[in-house]
Design a protein around this ligand. Structure first.
Ligand code: HEC
Length: 128
């Protein structure tokens, strides 16, 4: 029991030394000030979160399979990343999501409800 306590004490000491050492590596301006509140996390809209959950694996980066397919389809004449498109219409987004296209799967109402799909369509086609 005594030995255990000793060893644990040593482990805590090692951790403290490591923490100080690692903290010492980062420049002063990057260290969190103990008195200031943590920086507010950027807020993502409800529709953006739906996109993140169901679509971003394929569509949020240029390397995503959806982006690559759209890059090929439009030969670079339209942005390959869906969130950068300004030509999408809500009804088209809904159609593609419910029926799938090429190797993009279709999504059921139990996955993306009609209400969520309306948000998603408005998110990708905001000006229509
Ligand atoms: C498994 C990968 C994958 C996922 C997940 C995915 N997509 Fe796609 N998506 C694709 C591919 C691939 C295409 C291109 C099909 C083609 O060649 O026409 C595509 C095309 C589209 C298009 C048609 C664009 C156009 O100009 O024709 C829309 C709109 C779209 N996706 C929306 C979504 C939305 C919204 C989600 C999330 C609910 C989603 N996709 C999830 C792979 C995916």
């Amino acid at each position: 029991m005594k030995g255990f306590r000793l060893r644990r004490g040593r482990a805590v000491a090692v951790c403290a030394v490591l923490a100080v050492a690692l903290g010492g590596c980062s420049p002063l301006w990057q260290r969190p000030s103990p008195n200031s509140a943590p920086p507010a996390a950027p807020t993502r809209s409800a529709s953006g979160k739906i996109f993140d959950k169901w679509c971003s694996d394929c569509h949020s980066t240029a390397e995503g399979p959806g982006s690559l397919a759209l890059q090929r389809k439009y030969r670079g004449n339209l942005p390959a990343i869906l969130e950068q498109r300004s030509d999408l219409r809500p009804d088209y987004v809904k159609l593609v999501v419910r029926h799938g296209i090429s190797f993009m799967p279709s999504f059921r109402k139990t996955e993306i409800s009609d209400a969520d799909l309306a948000l998603l369509a408005a998110y990708l086609a905001p000006s229509q």
